[in-house]
Each structure stands twice: as structure tokens, then as C-alpha cells.
Write a protein that binds this ligand. Structure first.
Ligand SMILES: *[C@@H]1O[C@H](CO)[C@@H](O)[C@H](O)[C@H]1NC(C)=O
Ligand SMILES: *[C@@H]1O[C@H](CO)[C@@H](O)[C@H](O)[C@H]1NC(C)=O
Ligand SMILES: *[C@@H]1O[C@H](CO)[C@@H](O)[C@H](O)[C@H]1NC(C)=O
Ligand SMILES: *[C@@H]1O[C@H](CO)[C@@H](O)[C@H](O)[C@H]1NC(C)=O
Ligand SMILES: *[C@@H]1O[C@H](CO)[C@@H](O)[C@H](O)[C@H]1NC(C)=O
Ligand SMILES: *[C@@H]1O[C@H](CO)[C@@H](O)[C@H](O)[C@H]1NC(C)=O
Ligand SMILES: *[C@@H]1O[C@H](CO)[C@@H](O)[C@H](O)[C@H]1NC(C)=O
Ligand SMILES: *[C@@H]1O[C@H](CO)[C@@H](O)[C@H](O)[C@H]1NC(C)=O
Length: 498
């Protein structure tokens, strides 16, 4: 639960809600038939319920499960002792390393290994202190190899809509149920031009949005096969349109994937602070926590993090990660001269960010949650709270797809064309869905070949917002799209320990 002091932003939002209520006192929440939202091309809403630890099908492990090893605070730098305990528990097959209450001085570069959890006695109770940021403090997982393609087939459908889980291929031999696959396509110049992204120019310098040939990959697993019709576990979050591209199905063997790792119940404090320093200061760019590429079925929960500029990042090809109940405090004034930091940066897939918050002083500013280039969906942000009216939730650049923000209170939600901003960040997201958000401002635009949504959004809609709006200005039923879609699959979001 979050217990937070009220702020100007909350005041604004409360005032707005009261106005909405006074203006429409007799309307009750509109019920949205989310299963049947469909455009002329057949695209449906992405299914966001597959986000999180084990695709939200099982609860996070009990927080009070027995520890395999317990450490007490000692004098001097405790990194070596903590790492030795993690290594020992890992070698014995995994388990929890518990840190008793107290303050532990540590250095960056700690590695959480397969099947191990590092657990404190509570936030504000177990406190890790660090005074420099030469590296990420914690990295979860250590796999850096590539996957190996074993079979590629062409997708023969004219159009594979978003929300579909079945593609037809020219040759199904060599595919099998259970295989990991990429549903992929190479970006073409024709597609870039159709998106209006072919002539970006900033100060007379041409900018490249996405280079033709770049692969847009949707990581999946084969669920069933029927002749040349192959169905994957998670419905697609980006369409494949044969007018502009040729789709491929690629079966591959991933490298071994560290899993069942946790970091929970503690505080980490960096002092001197990095929060707000200009982005060009290279001694402050690392994160408090980096979930490494290929890490899967792992979580970060109940943490208080203070003094970082970039707090948590989830790498490409990481999947099924839950980040929950993380409070990030920015305790320095922001120098935005080189842009703004990202509190939570998501480039993996099936990442669930639940009940997290960005806190700090009035002159704090960052992107609270952002995806990056071609971040594959589904990814979901639930119940995010920001203390100051300067934070946004916003895909950062270049065609992420399948991104939900629901039940969140923030200064702004932006699903849009960033044009020449940054280095030609352009259309930042397709199939972005804002659901029951309270924001001061909303910028929701749809790309020429895609669609972004604002459903049950309360806030001022900025001009140019040509996305799909449903029930603007009033919250809708169901209160949580994620929980409703999960219930459709037979699972209960309230039992996941979020
Ligand atoms: C995904 O969610 C939709 C509702 O939005 C539901 O109709 C569909 O059956 C779900 N897909 C799967 C594979 O469970
Ligand atoms: C986890 O942290 C919370 C407070 O942050 C505390 O109440 C709880 O006892 C902790 N659980 C364990 C097993 O240490
Ligand atoms: C980063 O470098 C600046 C300038 O040298 C220094 O003032 C600051 O304390 C450093 N911050 C950290 C966290 O090391
Ligand atoms: C990860 O680290 C462990 C412990 O040092 C090591 O045994 C393992 O081989 C490493 N895995 C990879 C993929 O490097
Ligand atoms: C994800 O893994 C695949 C297979 O190894 C690789 O082709 C792809 O480049 C990786 N994605 C990113 C963005 O690193
Ligand atoms: C992680 O540990 C589990 C259980 O001990 C094991 O089955 C799995 O192969 C390990 N994975 C890696 C990447 O080491
Ligand atoms: C909305 O998020 C808050 C936390 O920020 C949570 O307490 C509440 O249960 C959520 N409501 C729904 C409908 O998910
Ligand atoms: C929305 O407006 C942008 C221009 O700002 C345009 O490129 C795009 O095609 C429009 N979207 C739709 C779906 O019409």
C-alpha cells in the first residue's frame, strides 16, 4: 500500500474529478466491451494479462519463505560477503539470502544468480548504502549470449491483425509445439514512408527513425499447430501487413535463461545523489537494478530506492518480469540540459510494473516509465503514482508496441509521434492503451498504420490527439483491463501478491 502525502498534482486531479462529478452527477461508469473493440482491419486490443512473473498465472513466492542463509550487518564494505552468500546459495540449488535489519555499506556490481533471492527485513529496516555508481548496483541474471535460429518460414497471411495468435506459414516442417519463436518482419522503406517517417529533418540534418532491414520481433512460444496454421501463446501486439512487409516465423533456441530470482524488502540509498544530474555525467548513468537480457520469471518487490537517476531497467529479450511496490525518490534538482532520466526503462516483454511510485521534490523531473526502440509488447503499468506534476509515462522512441497504462496518476500520458525529438524518435508506440488514468494532460495520437487508445481517461486532452477515445473524462468499467483479461483466462489478479 502507498501512504503518500498529498501534493499539488493530487489537488489538481481531485479538483478535476469533483468538476467531472458535478458536471455529470447521474452517470455511472460506462461498461466497455473490451473484447470486441476492433477496427476495420481486424485489430483487437492486445491481451495485457500475459505480463508479469509466469504470465500472471501464479503468485509471487511468499515473502516470508524460509531463508537458506542469513547475514547480519558488519563493518566496512559488505559487497563481498553478500555476493559470497548469493554464490553459495546458488551453488546449493538456490533459495533466499536474508539480510537482517541494519545498514550495509555496499559497492555496485552485485549479481543475483539463477533461483536466488536477496531479501531484507523490510524497507527502512534493511538499508544498503552506496556512495558511487560505477556500475549497476544489482544485476539480475548473467546470460549475454544470443539465441540460435533453427527454422525460418514465411508468413502467408495478407494481414495478421493485432490480438491474433495464429499465423499461416509457407512451410510448417521443423516447427513444434513448445518451441520459442519470433514472429518477425524486417522494416521496409515503404512502411517507414507510409508512417510519414522518411523525411525527418532537424536543423537541416536528416534523421533516421528506423533503418530499413531492422527486425521487429515479437517473442512467443508455439501453443498449437494445425497444418500450416501455427498458434502462439500470447496474441500479437503489432500487425503484419503484406502491403508493406513480409512476415516470418523463426523458431530458435534461446541461451539458458536465469529465472526465479528476486530482490525484495529493502532500501537502497545512493549518496551523493545522482538524481537529476545532467545526463552527460557519466558517473551517474548506471541503474539501481538492471534485469539482464534473457532473464525470465523473476521479480523485484517492496523496495525504497533513493538518489538514482535511472532506477530500474529491464533488458531486451528479458520476459515475464514483475516489478511491484517500488518507491523511487529523486532527492536532487533536475538539470534537464541533456534530456531527462528514466525511472523505469522497459525493453523486455511481458513486464508488469505494478503499484510503483516516483517521489521527490518539486523540481524533480523524469520519465516515470518508458519503453525504448521496438520494445515488444505486451507490457503493462498498473497503479503508478507520481508525486510531482512534472512526470510523464511515455514510450520514449521508435515503435514500441502493446503498452498499457491503467489506474495511474501522473502529470501526463503521451502515446504519440515524437517527430524529430531526440534523434528522430518519431512514432513512439503502436497499440498503446491508457485505461482509467488520471493525468493532468493526455496526448494520444494514432500512427497512420496503427492505433493508440485512451479509454476512461480523465485529464485535459491536448490538441492533435487523434487516437481512439472512449468515455473521455470519466472512468470506465472494468476498473482494470489487465485484471479483466486475466479473469477471462481463469486467473485472479488479486491473488498474485502484487
Ligand atoms: C486475451 O484477452 C481477450 C480479451 O481482451 C480475450 O478475448 C482473449 O481470449 C484472450 N486471449 C487469450 C489467448 O487468452
Ligand atoms: C518485508 O517488509 C515489510 C515492510 O517493508 C515487513 O513488514 C515484513 O515483515 C518483511 N517481511 C520479511 C519476511 O522480512
Ligand atoms: C559524479 O561526479 C561529480 C563530478 O566529479 C561529483 O561531484 C559527484 O559526487 C559524483 N557522483 C557520484 C555518485 O559519484
Ligand atoms: C553466471 O554466473 C555463474 C556463477 O558465477 C556461473 O556459474 C555461470 O556460468 C554464469 N552464467 C553465464 C551464462 O555466464
Ligand atoms: C533478442 O534475441 C535474438 C535472438 O538471439 C536476437 O536476434 C535479437 O537481436 C535480440 N534482441 C535485441 C534487441 O537484442
Ligand atoms: C536455474 O535453476 C533451476 C533449478 O535449480 C534449473 O532447473 C535451471 O536449469 C537453472 N537455469 C539456469 C539458467 O542456470
Ligand atoms: C489502483 O492502484 C492503486 C495503487 O496505486 C491500488 O491500491 C488500487 O487497488 C488499484 N485499483 C485497481 C482497480 O486496480
Ligand atoms: C493522426 O495525426 C497524424 C499527424 O499528426 C497523422 O500522421 C496520422 O495519420 C493521424 N492518424 C490517423 C489514424 O489518422
Amino acid at each position: 500500500m502507498l501512504h503518500l502525502k498529498s501534493s499539488f498534482l493530487q489537488f489538481l486531479l481531485l479538483a478535476f474529478n469533483i468538476l467531472t462529478f458535478v458536471a455529470f452527477p447521474f452517470t455511472s461508469a460506462e461498461t466497455v466491451d473490451y473484447k470486441n473493440i476492433k477496427n476495420a482491419k481486424g485489430d483487437k486490443l492486445p491481451n495485457f494479462s500475459f505480463c508479469g512473473y509466469h504470465a500472471s498465472e501464479v503468485a509471487l513466492p511468499a515473502i516470508d519463505r524460509k531463508a537458506a542463509k542469513t547475514l547480519k550487518p558488519g563493518t566496512g564494505d559488505q559487497s563481498a560477503a553478500i555476493q559470497a552468500a548469493i554464490n553459495e546459495v546458488y551453488k546449493a540449488g538456490g533459495g533466499v539470502v536474508a539480510l537482517e535489519a541494519g545498514t550495509y555499506k555496499i559497492s555496485p556490481g552485485l549479481l543475483i544468480l539463477n533461483s536466488t533471492t536477496l531479501r531484507g527485513a523490510g524497507t527502512g529496516s534493511t538499508i544498503l548504502t552506496v556512495d558511487s555508481l560505477s556500475d549497476d548496483i544489482f544485476t539480475m541474471g548473467n546470460q549475454t549470449s544470443k539465441g540460435k535460429a533453427i527454422k525460418t518460414a514465411l508468413i502467408t497471411d495478407d494481414y495478421v491483425p493485432v490480438g491474433t495468435g495464429t499465423v499461416h506459414v509457407d512451410d510448417a516442417s521443423g516447427f513444434a509445439v513448445g518451441q520459442t519463436v519470433f514472429v518477425q518482419r524486417a522494416v521496409t522503406a515503404k512502411w517507414v514512408a507510409a508512417q510519414g517517417m522518411n523525411d525527418l529533418n532537424r536543423n537541416d540534418a536528416p534523421q533516421t527513425w528506423i533503418k530499413p532491414g531492422t527486425l521487429v520481433q515479437q517473442p512467443r512460444r508455439i501453443k498449437s499447430m494445425n497444418g500450416k496454421a501455427i498458434s502462439v501463446d500470447v496474441p500479437l501486439t503489432d500487425s503484419i501487413d503484406s502491403t508493406y512487409m513480409t512476415g516470418q516465423l523463426v523458431a530458435y533456441t534461446p541461451p539458458s535463461q536465469p529465472s526465479e530470482m528476486g530482490l525484495e524488502n529493502l532500501s537502497i540509498k545512493l549518496s551523493p545523489t545522482c538524481s537529476g544530474v545532467i545526463l552527460t555525467s557519466t558517473n551517474c548513468t548506471s541503474a539501481a537494478i538492471s534485469v539482464s537480457e534473457w532473464t525470465t520469471d523473476s521479480w523485484v518487490r517492496n523496495l525504497d530506492l533513493t538518489g538514482f537517476n535511472n532506477f530500474v531497467s529491464v533488458g531486451y529479450n528479458a520476459s515475464r518480469i514483475t516489478l511491484t511496490d517500488i518507491r523511487m525518490t529523486r532527492d536532487g534538482a533536475t538539470d534537464g540540459g541533456a534530456g531527462y532520466a528514466l525511472d523505469i526503462a522497459v525493453t523486455g516483454t511481458q513486464v508488469l510494473v505494478a503499484n510503483c511510485a516516483t517521489l521527490g521534490a518539486a523540481d524533480t523531473r523524469s520519465y516515470a516509465v518508458a519503453t525504448k526502440t521496438l520494445t515488444p509488447g505486451p507490457n503493462a503499468v498498473l497503479g503508478y503514482y507520481v508525486e510531482q506534476a512534472v512526470e510523464s509515462i511515455e514510450p520514449h522512441e521508435r515503435w514500441a508496441h502493446g503498452f498499457l497504462v491503467e489506474n495511474s496518476t501522473t502529470a501526463s500520458v503521451l502515446l504519440r509521434n515524437r517527430g524529430t525529438a531526440g534523434s528522430g524518435h518519431g512514432w513512439s508506440v503502436n497499440q498503446g492503451v491508457a485505461w482509467n488514468v488520471n493525468a493532468h494532460t493526455l496526448t494520444i495520437e494514432s500512427p497512420p498504420l496503427g492505433e493508440n487508445f485512451c479509454i476512461g481517461c480523465v485529464g485535459q486532452v491536448e490538441t492533435g490527439s487523434n487516437g481512439t477515445f472512449i468515455s473521455s473524462g470519466a472512468l470506465v468499467d472494468p476498473p482494470s483491463l489487465y485484471a479483466a483479461q486475466l479473469a477471462d483466462r481463469g486467473f485472479d489478479a488479486s491473488k498474485l501478491g502484487l
